[in-house]
Design a binder for this molecule. Structure first.
Ligand code: ATP
Ligand code: MG
Length: 261
């Protein structure tokens, strides 16, 4: 059964979309069946997957509002994973959902019929804890939190952690922190290393061992509509996202003696 992972952090520009796209591509390269759900009206995960966000007639909006079955809204990326595309029209969903019954369960319901067709479903969230993100967190089994190792990163993390805890208690008991991912890391920067050490101190093995370095090929790839492993497979960025995907698949073996987060 597909594992649903929301890539979320309410802080902007921390590498959510980059991580969602490249992890989807890396998992697909490992022969996993992957769906990437773009639930951000910016549509960056759509564009970054090489899909024209304005050409798609059926998008996350139609799937969320139950107008079109999700399976009929999908596009296929060159990297071998499916994409539920989004664009600016999705901002309307936020407003429409506010008055809808079961407003936080729309994504979960839309995904239910396709869940078993995938090994991984990754959801690229917008940079806020709004109704769209809430839908992602209610549908998800795990939250992957990309985090730039800088001073304010830890503050945002406690807000996200308490949101996850609340959702777990009241709306989705399955929800776990999948892992915290250090992104755009520069090992020559002392502050990066200090924050990185603090993260491990506070969150222990919830922090992925894989670290994503700052790498110009990662930043260039989306302008070509490609994940970094298709753009430059020998780059440090490509190699580190492949390492992350393999760490994720290894983590996933269920552990009955899991300690609470
Ligand atoms: P938003 O909150 O707006 O959705 P985000 O969290 O999805 O942003 P990204 O769009 O993935 O963040 O990344 C922000 C910027 O940083 C982008 O220009 C991206 O290309 C760049 N970037 C991300 N990861 C790396 C990396 N490892 N090396 C270099 N640049 C990176
Ligand atoms: Mg983004």
């Amino acid at each position: 059964m597909g594992r649903i992972i929301a890539v979320a952090n309410q802080k902007g520009g921390v590498g959510k979309t980059t991580t969602a796209v490249n992890t989807a591509a890396a998992l697909a390269a490992m022969k996993q069946r992957v769906l990437l759900v773009d639930i951000d009206p910016q549509g960056n995960a759509t564009t970054g997957s090489g899909i024209d966000k304005h050409a798609s007639e059926n998008t996350t909006l139609e799937a969320l509002m139950g107008e079109v079955p999700l399976a009929d809204c999908l596009a296929r990326s060159e990297a071998g994973y499916d994409v539920l595309p989004s664009n600016g029209d999705l901002t309307a969903a936020e407003v429409q959902l506010l008055d809808a019954p079961m407003r936080e369960k729309h994504l979960e319901q839309a995904l239910a019929p396709v869940k078993d067709s995938y090994d991984y479903i990754l959801i690229d969230c917008p940079p806020s804890l709004n109704m769209l993100t809430l839908n992602a967190l209610v549908a998800a089994d795990g939250v992957l939190v990309p985090l730039q190792t800088e001073y304010y990163a830890l503050e945002g993390l406690s807000a996200l952690r308490s949101t996850v805890q609340q959702i777990k208690e009241h709306r989705n008991p399955r929800l776990e922190i999948e892992g915290i991912l250090r992104t755009m890391h520069d090992p020559r920067n002392n502050l990066d290393n200090q924050v990185s050490a603090q993260l491990i101190q506070h969150f222990g093995d919830k922090v992925f061992r894989t670290i994503i370095p700052r790498n110009v090929r990662v930043a260039e790839a989306p302008s070509h509509g490609l994940p970094v492993m298709l753009y430059d497979r020998a780059s440090r960025g490509a190699i580190s996202y492949m390492a992350l995907a393999s760490e994720m698949t290894r983590r996933h073996i269920p552990q009955p003696t899991n300690t609470p987060a």
